[in-house]
Ligand binder design. Structure first.
Ligand SMILES: NC(=O)c1ccc[n+]([C@@H]2O[C@H](COP(=O)([O-])OP(=O)(O)OC[C@H]3O[C@@H](n4cnc5c(N)ncnc54)[C@H](OP(=O)(O)O)[C@@H]3O)[C@@H](O)[C@H]2O)c1
Length: 406
């Protein structure tokens, strides 16, 4: 769909090809469902789903299961029993046109004599963007672009943001009481949410490459901040913003597997060495601020960061505009108290017009808790505008090898 909700035809060689049909949207919903099955396992690749349909009947389905596994289109063709000649291929991301570790997916589409392709979004990678669809259009396929483009973009935020904006996706997450407190006035916060809410929060960790907290949370909560559900392969990166190197080598953070990065402004060598001996990588920067930290993390291949608090650090991300979405677990409790901590600390805005605005607010239940999720206003629109301007796509050192990566 375009920004105004209409599907778009793909332009190829100056000609406008293909219009969306009423049934396309439903099949694309299914392709998106299939794509989401690769969640936790495909990063840094995109989540992609594909469906082969003829005369309204689904002939085969496929999705990208994990890094190293076939692309979604290839998986669908592999699952096909018989011919796909004259069928429609629904795919959530433009098929690749270049040789990676597997032959280009457009070749499979052409070999199968597919006659129509319905695609949600272009691949942002400039090596691929538009070329796969151009190739198919030139070969005489009816090409439709834009069906399901907003959900397809939302599904692949880390991939698209890292590729187009050369930075990681940032999710701000907290658990709070119904009256908006993240801890009691004495600093107690374990546990505000229910076991179900905490299970949701642990699953969210598995979706992000890195978990980030402020020094106060790292010290007070003394949490390991690790992945522990086994949904994603391997450990995550844990990041602490600790300007003065207050973190102790005895912190439980060091008990779990995976890299621990400590960003600091301190030149206290004994403290730095003590943390390094526990396995931390201490990164000294001039100013421990979100833009600096995110740039360093992206350079290390981190495409998504979950900021787990506390309120002071979340405020730093909000004030610097460095966030893409919020994920809040809201528990039916009233903590109360002017002194009790709030999720976004600091001064806050003095005027409502200055308040950051979010959109796409969604809610779902986790046991007795309600989870609220929202995106920074215009995030999707901005990404889609860049994807639509093919020449605007910028190669990311990490993402460039992902599109079409196996
Ligand atoms: N309910 C929840 O979801 C939740 C989640 C997390 C935490 N909590 C609770 O929140 C409390 C801690 O929150 P908090 O707001 O006091 O502290 P915090 O945000 O965890 O940490 C703040 C500290 O981080 C350091 N820091 C480094 N770089 C910074 C930057 N650019 N901007 C801001 N701070 C930076 C500063 O200390 P230095 O100058 O020493 O580096 C600062 O004092 C605890 O009680 C914890 O239990 C609740």
């Amino acid at each position: 769909m375009s920004a105004n909700g209409e599907s778009r035809s793909h332009r190829s060689g100056g000609g406008v090809l293909g219009q969306a049909l009423p049934a396309d949207e439903g099949f694309m919903v299914r392709a998106l469902e299939l794509a989401s099955r690769g969640r936790y396992r495909v990063a840094p690749n995109p989540l992609v789903g594909a469906l082969i349909v003829k005369d309204g009947e689904v002939l085969a389905e496929g999705f990208h299961r994990q890094v190293g596994a076939p692309h979604a289109e290839a998986a669908a063709f592999d699952a096909l029993d018989g011919s796909a000649e004259g069928a429609t291929l629904y795919v959530t991301l433009e098929p690749c046109s270049h040789h990676g570790r597997t032959p280009p997916c457009v070749e499979r589409v052409l070999d199968a004599r597919i006659s129509r392709i319905v695609c949600a979004i272009r691949d942002p990678n400039p090596d691929v963007s538009g070329r796969g669809l151009d190739r198919l259009g030139e070969a005489g396929l009816d090409v439709v672009l834009g069906v399901g483009r907003e959900p397809a973009t939302e599904l692949n935020l880390p991939f698209l943001i890292s590729c187009l904006e050369q930075r990681p996706l940032v999710t701000l997450k907290w658990a709070m009481s119904l009256d908006g407190k993240i801890a009691t006035r004495t600093g107690e916060s374990q546990w505000i949410s229910s076991p179900e809410g905490r299970a949701w929060a642990l699953a969210l960790r598995e979706e992000h490459d890195a978990i980030l907290v402020g020094s106060e949370t790292a010290i007070v909560d003394d949490a390991r901040l690790d992945r522990r559900l086994g949904l994603a392969p391997g450990p995550n990166v844990r990041v602490v913003l600790d300007r003065r190197l207050r973190l102790s080598p005895g912190q439980r953070l060091f008990e779990a597997e995976g890299d621990v990065l400590v960003f600091t402004e301190s030149d206290d060598t004994p403290r730095r060495v003590a943390l390094e001996q526990r396995g931390a990588e201490v990164i000294v920067v001039e100013s421990v601020d979100p833009p600096v930290v995110l740039e360093r993390l992206f350079q290390r291949g981190v495409n998504s960061v979950l900021v787990e608090g506390g309120g002071t650090v979340i405020d730093a991300f909000v004030r610097s505009g460095r966030f893409d979405r919020v994920a809040i677990c809201c528990a039916p409790k009233l903590i109360g108290g002017r002194e009790a901590l709030t999720p976004v600390a600091g001064l806050g805005v003095g005027s409502l017009v200055a308040a950051p605005v979010l959109e796409s607010l969604k809610a779902h239940s986790e046991g007795p808790d309600i989870v609220l999720e929202a995106l920074r206003k215009d995030l999707l629109r901005g990404l889609l505008e860049v994807v639509d301007r093919r020449e605007g796509a910028v190669a990311s050192p990490v993402a460039a090898e992902q599109s079409g990566a196996e």
